[in-house]
Write a protein that binds this ligand. Structure first.
Ligand SMILES: [Ca+2]
Ligand SMILES: [Ca+2]
Ligand SMILES: [Ca+2]
Length: 425
């Protein structure tokens, strides 16, 4: 888009000066496809052999040709990613192409990358940051490059699981990195200063087996990093990290609160209820499941939020979270301790019941309402069984059925269903 805007701006200038500006002229102007093929031709001319273009798999830039002004001269260069078919060279290569005064693209330099594919490309100031991944390694490799006088020079290198460009302390963006190291997790933040980057490092000492998730939530002064860490002992823990004048601050782990966020795998920190704020889901037994008499445990999920004002985790809502079918239902207060749940292990169908502890099993209790999901193409069986469609998704449809009479106060109102039911990505 950036390039297109420049092309159009040039045409408009020409039009103002000459008045003979015409639609024919516009149609004849170089378009993006022409430019891509000119870049490709210049790359082939330089590499002189069969190459495969490599496309970044994540992030904002997904083209094998990334156009960006990496030397600040007001004109875009191209970072080209490709691989050569060779037994001895498995690493992706990067070429920088620049335009000469006559507008022709030329390859200025070529450099081996640090992995067999490109994970993502980000830019900070004039520097290009490229994340590489390799099939053989759990961790990815990051390189920061500085480009000047036709030379692409690596100026920083590290390994990572998390690599993001985000604003952690208000103002401009920082680079946030996290990786497993020394049995724990190391978080690094690179903040652009007047002369290079200030580097902040924080070690989370928990015995970690993996970094399972990372999201960023607004704090009112930048963003906090929510890092979900898989523990050697099993389950997940979340730490929340911010960048302060004193450096990286851990708001959970360092204060001994990690244990309060421990939960089974899969319950990642994210915006579960669609209000733009991140929740940490902590699970306990659902009503009636305090003892394992009914077999497989069903969880009551407690959504916790981090409050920057109190610098603490606060209760937000109770919910029933169905990770398999990808939805969450927040539980109204009038259901607490009086409603229980049963899930059909085969179909995933979830039914809420009036909790009647004197009954021998949950399915003997009085059913209130059921939820189900099916592939977008299926679901006839549910509509035949009295369900109505609650939400039609791209991949899945969600269904609801009210079993108890509408006069039953435990039946959710239409407003409650609309406000309380959320799909999870
Ligand atoms: Ca430039
Ligand atoms: Ca910042
Ligand atoms: Ca939320």
């Amino acid at each position: 888009m950036r390039k297109l805007a420049i092309v159009i701006a040039c045409l408009l200038l020409t039009g103002c000066q000459s008045i003979t500006f015409s639609v024919d002229g516009l149609l004849g102007a170089p378009n993006i496809a022409d430019e891509q093929s000119a870049i490709y031709d210049a790359l082939i001319e330089s590499t002189g052999r069969g190459i495969n273009l490599e496309y970044p798999r994540n992030g904002d830039y997904r083209s094998a040709f990334v156009l960006y002004d990496i030397d600040g001269d007001g004109e875009d260069e191209t970072l080209a990613f490709y691989s050569v078919s060779s037994v001895s060279e498995s690493n992706v290569k990067i070429a920088v192409l620049d335009r000469s005064a006559d507008g022709d693209w030329h390859s200025m330099c070529e450099l081996a990358g640090a992995g067999s594919s490109v994970d993502r490309v980000i830019f900070t100031g004039l520097d290009a940051v490229v994340g590489f991944s390799s099939q053989d390694y759990e961790e990815n490799a990051v390189r920061m490059y500085h480009y000047a006088s036709g030379v692409l020079e690596p100026v920083y290198e590290d390994t990572y699981t998390v690599l993001e460009l985000t604003d952690l302390d208000g103002g401009s963006d920082e680079i946030a990195l996290a990786k497993r190291s020394g049995g724990g997790v190391t978080v690094s933040i690179l903040k652009a200063g007047y002369d290079g980057y200030d580097s902040y490092v924080y070690e989370i000492g928990a015995a970690a087996s993996a970094i399972s998730g990372c999201v960023f939530g607004e704090t009112g002064n930048g963003r906090a990093m929510y890092l979900d860490i898989s523990l050697e002992e099993g389950g997940l823990m979340t730490d929340i990290l911010t960048l302060e004048d004193s450096g990286i601050v851990s708001h959970i782990y360092q204060r001994g609160l990690g244990v309060t966020t421990q939960r089974p795998a899969g319950y990642l920190s994210k915006d579960y209820d669609g209000d733009g704020e991140i929740e940490i889901p902590v699970v306990g037994a659902f009503t009636g499941y305090a003892t394992p008499a009914w077999g497989e445990t069903e969880y009551m999920t407690v959504l916790m939020r981090y409050s920057p004002a109190s610098d603490n985790l606060e209760f937000k809502s109770n919910a029933y979270c169905n990770l398999r079918d990808g939805y969450l239902l927040t539980i109204p207060n009038r259901w607490l301790n009086v409603v229980t749940v049963a899930r059909d292990a085969g179909t995933g169908e979830v039914t809420f019941y009036k909790y009647e502890p004197e009954k021998p099993s949950v399915t003997d209790m009085t059913p209130i309402m059921s939820f189900a999901s099916a592939d977008s193409s299926g679901g006839e069986a549910y509509t035949a069984a009295g369900y109505r469609i609650l939400m039609a998704g791209e991949l899945k449809n969600y269904y609801i059925r009210t079993i108890a009479p509408e006069s039953e106060p435990l039946v959710l109102t239409a407003d409650e269903i609309r406000d309380n039911f959320h799909t999870i990505e």
